[in-house]
Design a binder for this molecule. Structure first.
Ligand code: UTP
Length: 293
């Protein structure tokens, strides 16, 4: 069986929820504490054994390309001033992994962005990362999913249980049978109304897909918003072949909305020894202010 070696990172969306910050840079480059969102995902992929990253970029790809490229000028500057730690941080990024960039000329949807990677991925299974879901776990989430793929040779979606009143924020799966944390998916519904959801298992931004998804995407018509939706292609896939979902072990942070982004930034900052105390003290003063108001 083919091992999973490649990961596709669609990053060509317009990021309208973060305007004006995303006017001239992709949402994936916004920092959580001091690291761009996309780097969290790339590190997860590398830690899982993936050795080629394919980033699908849109109009403003420069910031992403430059971030993962060598910066001779910056390295020279840091070396000159003896800033060894900073030099290591910067070097580690450009040494990390081989990255290929593909241009999506127009933002025609997530499904369309994945289809753009067809020729580079070829006829082998691959991972897809939506970088605006950051997942913290002991074993990387995508590694857990790759293990299920290796054992069962079916595509795997990342699932997490959500509160029943939260289902309308997610794609929700309909399950035909379950074994522990692995569920066989029969269908899925985008953002169902509470009470009409087929389960409380939400699809998050990690996928391990067989290359058959490309043929399905090629014949998938425009869906919601006039875009080619990955969910529509996955629904077809569930009808044609076995599709699994894994309730992965780990904590998921949604950085695709402004409130989720802020909460994640605070959560990650509080884990930093050098930041924690100062930030906590500051948050307490704000809390005190809100009690007085
Ligand atoms: P989102 O639905 O989050 O859209 O895309 P967005 O444009 O990034 O953000 P908002 O809703 O306008 O604020 C999900 C993922 O699919 C990628 C995005 O970059 C994001 O990683 N995407 C979306 C593409 O690569 N191309 C597209 O045409 C659409």
């Amino acid at each position: 069986m083919n091992p999973i070696r490649k990961a596709v990172f669609p990053a060509a969306g317009l990021g309208t929820r973060f305007l004006p910050a995303t006017k001239a840079q992709p949402k994936e480059m916004l920092p959580v504490v001091d690291k761009p969102i996309i780097q969290y995902g790339v590190e997860e992929a590398v830690a899982s054994g993936i050795d080629q990253i394919i980033v699908v970029t849109g109009r403003d790809k420069r910031a992403i390309v430059d971030h993962f490229d060598i910066s001779f000028e910056l390295e020279h500057y840091l070396k000159d001033r003896g800033k060894t730690r900073e030099l290591q941080v910067v070097r580690k990024i450009s040494d990390m992994v081989d990255i290929t960039y593909i241009h999506q000329k127009e933002p025609l949807g997530l499904g369309h962005a994945v289809l753009m990677a067809k020729d580079v991925v070829g006829n082998e299974p691959f991972a897809v990362f939506l970088a605006d879901d950051i997942i913290k776990s002991q074993t990387p989430a995508i590694r857990q999913m790759m293990d299920v793929y290796q054992a069962q040779e079916s595509s795997v979606l990342a699932l997490q249980r959500v509160e029943p009143d939260q289902v309308s924020r997610y794609g929700i799966v309909k399950v035909v049978r379950s074994e522990g944390r692995i569920h066989e998916v029969a269908d899925m519904v985008e953002k169902p109304e509470p009470g009409k959801a087929p389960s409380n298992l939400a699809i998050l931004g990690r996928y391990v897909l067989k290359p058959s998804i490309f043929g399905i995407l090629e014949t998938t018509h425009e869906g919601v918003g006039g875009e080619i939706q990955l969910t529509d292609a996955l629904r077809t896939m569930a009808q044609q072949e076995k599709l699994l979902g894994l309730e992965f072990e780990g904590t998921y942070y949604d950085v695709g909305t402004v409130s989720g982004f802020l909460k994640t930034s605070i959560a990650y900052a509080l884990e930093r020894p050098g930041l924690r105390e100062e930030l906590l003290a500051y948050l307490r003063t704000l809390d005190g202010l809100s009690h007085q108001a």
